[in-house]
Structure formats: structure tokens, C-alpha cells
Design a protein. Structure first.
Length: 582
């Protein structure tokens, strides 16, 4: 399926003919007359001083620009920085997280299409920036390649960022001292890159590669390794070839590519946020990914990566164990190997080339002393950590359109649960109830009005971590929300409940001491009792119908700006939470 080079009139040169001011304006900056006839590439990056996931990207923008210059191609760096979910955590800044995905994609589109460019290099590392860049790639549909910013180093004794949430809860309970907490806090992020666990940032770097939009082995390179620079330099040649061959993202990505991505998601124990991002990315090509597809594929694909938070090791060990190519080798019997990639070759051809080059031997040269061995990090598909993938989609009268749980991070004792509802209209109220001891083992904590239309769909990380870090609550208390969770979430946390509360979904109608039943093996989540008394589902349906008549839709949480736009126009979490046009 190699594409031969085709003679094309570069878009940049075609548009130059239509705008006589273009050349004059470009000569007013770092362009010379000799640059005007060259191939022109946007280097779109989320570089900024906001957080370590993007702080280091300026260096790699310059490296890529330098490589393009050597090849007589003009690179134009553009920045639309992202926010960090960790820094947005615990205050109203988290409301801006999901909508930032839409805004980054929109700005990349504006920058790339408002001027004459021939291709795109997109550099990003983190939760919303990687899916934003993938959305922009497919929407713009110029030849493009994604370059991931790699993985952060772990702290002493394998300390990773999500543990700070655990220690914060322990501090509030008086289990550790302030000095002990500060020690963890100050050592949790020793370098730049994506956080060191299989959260959303790590998941989305891997899914960009799985979709064929990044070079093989590019995801989760340790940010301190020279391999990251090598990947950026190699990408320059591939990007130029993509432009010369006129090979665009829509030529590469198909529905089967997305099926491959969901299979990888199952095998790596990926973040539940991917169920928001993959449908939103697919929507750019008018491919609709039903939430049921995730459940169907996760039932078939083994979970094989022993990476935090479901496993033992930080993410850079994943790369040293062979990275995504090693996972793909294990899944060769499942994957669509005929799918095209940015190398111009198919997925199967890429894997064969890496095998021939003894790719894993290269990884061994740079491994840290504490590396436990690849077989302890990436398991065989024949002897997996778990026979099924990490995610389950639940349905029932509490979530008719679906809800999501990362069951690989849930204690088996909680895979079947029945308890009394304790509903809250904000996360802050729920968190206070958990930390104060108001919530008891056997309760089902519900947080509503936190979906896309409710408040922008913030994470409920602190509440989930407060429950997960409590030995008694973690094995006997469920957390259910129409909001979402951090990719670091562990424990009995069910999110994305759809329809959401602000739309009058059943979660808005639950009252104190109603009985909630969760059955992960059977994929159900139901209200099975009212005010402590169990009853037939048809009777419950009638009671909910009566409650709906007296329910009042809350006023919009935001009336201006970005969030005002988002809460009025976002689609359901079950569809990806993207902005709809009608």
C-alpha cells in the first residue's frame, strides 16, 4: 500500500498566487526571498509555561524547524498552549478542561487554514492537547504527523503524581504530617513530560500511534531520553514524504483504524476519558463510534500492561519494555494490520520492519537499573493480567444511554454492589461528606449536574481518590457521576452517566436512600429501590416518571464566554462531548 510520490502543486504556492500581500508580509519576519518557493509546514505546539507536559516542547519545535530547514522546507512554529488537569484540580478551573480540547482544535484549524501551508506537525503530550490535535488533523486534512512529548520521570521509589492525591486525603485524615506530605509533593514531578501513569495523557499518546497518525514507537518516549530528539528529527522526513505523496489523514484513518485504537485501549488499561476523545476524533471524519463498541471490544481483548494506576510500574518502563509496538506484536491476531500509517506503510509492514531491525534490542541500551524486565511490564496475550480489557459500559434505568467504569482498577468485591444512594449536586459537597465521615461503607455516592451541559464535565478525582484511599470505603462504597474522572482514577468510580442530570436524566431524580445496584459482569446499573424499599423496575419507572414532573431544570451554570458556549452546545458524554453545530 505504499504511495508513490505524485506531482502536485503545493497548496502554499497555489494560494500565493491569489494574495500578493502574502510574500511581502512574510519577508517582514524571519523569511528570506529564498524561502517563499519552499514547501511550508505549520509546527503546531502546545508549548507554554503552564505545566511540565508542554514546557519542554519549545526545544523540539526548534529541532524540527532546524531539520526542515536542512531539507529546504520552511517550518512555521505556532503555539496554542493547553492547561493541565492536575493544576486545574480542586477548583473551578477544572470546568475549563474538556472545552479546552475544542478550543485548541479550533485554533489549530484557524492557524493552518488562514494562511498557505502544505502540511502539519502537531506536538503535544497531555490530556486534552493530544485529542485536540488529532481532531484538528482530521478536520483540516492536510498531510500531517503527530509528535508526542513523551513521559515524565518517576520520583524516588517510583513515586508518581496521582499518589499526591492519596497523600492529600491521608493528610486531611491526620494519617501523615504536613512535612511528610510536602516531601511527596516536592518530589512527584522530577521532569517534563506526561504524567507517569496510564492516565489520559499517556493513553492518548498511545492512541495517536494506534490510529497510524504517529511514528511507530513514538508514544511515551522518556522525556529525558535522546530518543525523543531522534524521533522528532525522523518525523521531518516522513512529513515531507506525506506532502509529496499527498497522503492525508483521511487517507490513513478508517473505521478499522478506530477499532485498532479501541483494541489498544483495552490492552493498555487506558483512561475512561478515551471514551470521550475517540468518538470526538472520529466525528471529524463523520465516523460514529457507539459507546457499545468499547464494551464489545474490551470483552474480547486481553489486558496486558502492568502500568500504574491499574498496575505496578510508571509509564517510562512501558516504553523500555518495547512500547506500543510490543503490545501490537502481542495483539497481531486481533488487529487490522492492513491499515495505513504516516510511514506510508501498513501497520503490519511497520511491525515487520521493527522486528527485522531488532527494535527491542535498541530499548535495552538505555534502560534504568531498576527496570524489572519486559515480561513483567508487558504480559503475553496468552497469559494476560486479565482476560478482558479494562473498561466496561454499564446500562440500566440509572444510565439508559450508558455509563463507564474502569473495572481493572476496581476491587473484585465491588464488581457487584447494592447500596443506598447519597446524592449531591456538586463535587465539593460530596468530597466534604466523604472526608468528614458522613459517607459510610455500603453507600452509593452520586454526583450530578457535572456533565458536559451541567458544568463542562470536570473530573471528580479528589472525591474518587478520597474513597479509594480509605480502606473501608474503597471496598464497600460506590461513586457514580455524570461527570468524568482523571485517568489516574482507581476504585469503584462510575462516570459519564447519560443522559446527564441537567437534561433530566434519571441521575437527577435519585433521592436519598434510594437503592442502587451495580453489576459489572452483567454490565448493568439500576435503581432497584425507593427510600430503602426494593421493588420491581416497572414500579420504579412509574415513580421516576412522577418525580420528573416536579423536577426543575437548573439554570445554565455559565452565561458568558467559552463555558457559556460549551454548556449550551455540547453533545452527550456518550457521544464524545464535542460541540455540535445545530
Amino acid at each position: 500500500m505504499n504511495r508513490t510520490e505524485v506531482k502536485i502543486l503545493l497548496r502554499s504556492q497555489e494560494i500565493r498566487k491569489k494574495g500578493p500581500e502574502i510574500d511581502a508580509l512574510r519577508l517582514g519576519m524571519d523569511w528570506g526571498p529564498e524561502d517563499l518557493d519552499k514547501m511550508q509546514i505549520v509546527i503546531a505546539s502546545t508549548y507554554g509555561n503552564g505545566h511540565p507536559g508542554s514546557f519542554h516542547l519549545e526545544k523540539y519545535m526548534e529541532i524540527l524547524k532546524e531539520e526542515l530547514d536542512k531539507k529546504e522546507v520552511k517550518g512555521s512554529p505556532m503555539m496554542v498552549s493547553d492547561i493541565c488537569d492536575g493544576i486545574a484540580q480542586g477548583h473551578d478551573g477544572m470546568n475549563y478542561s474538556l472545552v479546552s480540547r475544542e478550543m485548541i482544535a479550533n485554533m489549530v484549524e484557524i492557524q493552518a487554514m488562514a494562511a498557505p501551508y502544505d502540511g502539519l506537525a502537531l506536538m503535544s503530550s497531555c490530556d486534552k492537547s493530544v485529542p485536540a490535535h488529532l481532531m484538528a488533523m482530521l478536520r483540516i486534512n492536510l498531510p500531517a504527523i503527530h509528535l508526542a512529548g513523551g513521559s515524565m520521570a518517576a520520583g524516588p521509589k517510583g513515586l508518581t503524581l496521582e499518589q499526591v492525591g492519596t497523600y492529600s486525603a491521608e493528610l486531611k485524615r491526620g494519617l501523615i504530617t504536613d512535612d511528610e506530605f510536602k516531601n511527596y509533593q516536592y518530589q512527584a514531578c522530577p521532569s517534563c513530560g506526561a504524567c507517569q501513569f496510564m492516565g489520559t495523557a499517556s493513553t492518548m499518546q498511545l492512541l495517536a500511534e494506534a490510529l497510524g497518525l504517529a511514528l511507530p514507537g513514538a508514544a511515551l518516549i522518556p522525556s529525558t531520553s535522546t530518543a525523543l530528539e531522534m524521533m522528532v528529527r525522523q518525523a521531518s522526513s516522513y512529513l515531507i514524504d506525506l506532502v509529496k505523496k499527498d497522503l492525508k489523514p483521511a487517507d490513513i484513518v478508517t473505521r478499522k483504524s478506530f477499532e485498532n485504537a479501541v483494541m489498544i485501549h483495552a490492552a493498555i488499561g487506558g483512561s475512561t476519558n478515551a471514551l470521550l476523545h475517540l468518538p470526538a476524533i472520529a466525528h471529524e471524519l463523520d465516523i460514529e463510534l457507539d459507546i457499545n463498541l468499547f464494551d464489545e471490544i474490551h470483552r474480547k481483548i486481553p489486558f496486558i500492561t502492568n502500568i500504574k494506576t491499574s498496575g505496578e510500574y510508571p509509564t517510562r518502563f512501558f516504553w523500555y519494555a518495547g512500547g506500543l509496538p510490543a503490545v501490537m506484536q502481542e495483539l497481531k491476531d486481533y488487529l487490522h494490520l492492513d491499515q495505513l500509517t504516516v510511514t506510508g506503510k501498513t501497520l503490519g509492514e511497520n511491525l515487520a520492519t521493527l522486528d527485522k531491525l531488532k527494535y527491542l534490542d535498541y530499548m535495552k541500551k538505555d534502560r534504568p537499573k531498576q527496570f524489572p524486565g519486559e515480561n513483567k511490564v508487558i504480559y503475553s496475550a496468552k497469559k494476560p493480567l486479565q482476560q478482558e480489557g479494562a473498561i466496561a459500559v454499564l446500562r440500566g434505568n440509572l444510565a439508559p444511554e450508558g455509563a463507564v467504569v474502569k473495572h481493572s482498577a476496581v476491587d473484585p468485591a465491588m464488581h457487584r454492589f447494592k447500596g443506598k444512594a447519597k446524592p449531591f449536586d456538586t463535587e465539593e459537597e460530596a468530597l466534604e461528606a466523604v472526608l468528614s465521615g458522613e459517607i459510610k461503607p455500603g453507600d452509593a455516592v452520586l454526583i450530578r449536574y457535572e456533565g458536559p451541559k451541567g458544568s463542562g464535565m470536570p473530573e471528580m478525582f479528589y472525591t474518587s481518590e478520597a474513597i479509594a484511599s480509605d480502606v473501608e470505603l474503597n471496598k464497600a462504597t460506590a461513586l457514580i457521576t455524570d461527570g468524568r474522572y482523571s485517568g489516574a482514577t482507581r476504585g469503584p468510580a462510575i462516570g459519564h452517566v447519560s443522559p446527564e442530570g441537567v437534561d433530566g436524566g434519571p441521575i437527577a431524580l435519585v433521592e436519598n436512600d434510594d437503592i442502587i445496584e451495580i453489576n459489572i459482569p452483567e454490565r448493568t446499573i439500576n435503581i432497584v429501590g425507593i427510600k430503602g424499599a426494593e421493588m420491581e423496575l416497572d414500579k420504579i419507572a412509574e415513580i421516576l416518571k412522577q418525580r420528573k414532573k416536579s423536577w426543575k431544570k437548573p439554570a445554565p451554570s455559565f452565561n458568558k464566554g467559552t463555558l457559556g458556549l460549551y454548556v449550551r452546545n455540547a453533545v452527550s458524554a456518550a457521544k464524545g462531548g464535542y460541540l455540535k453545530l445545530d
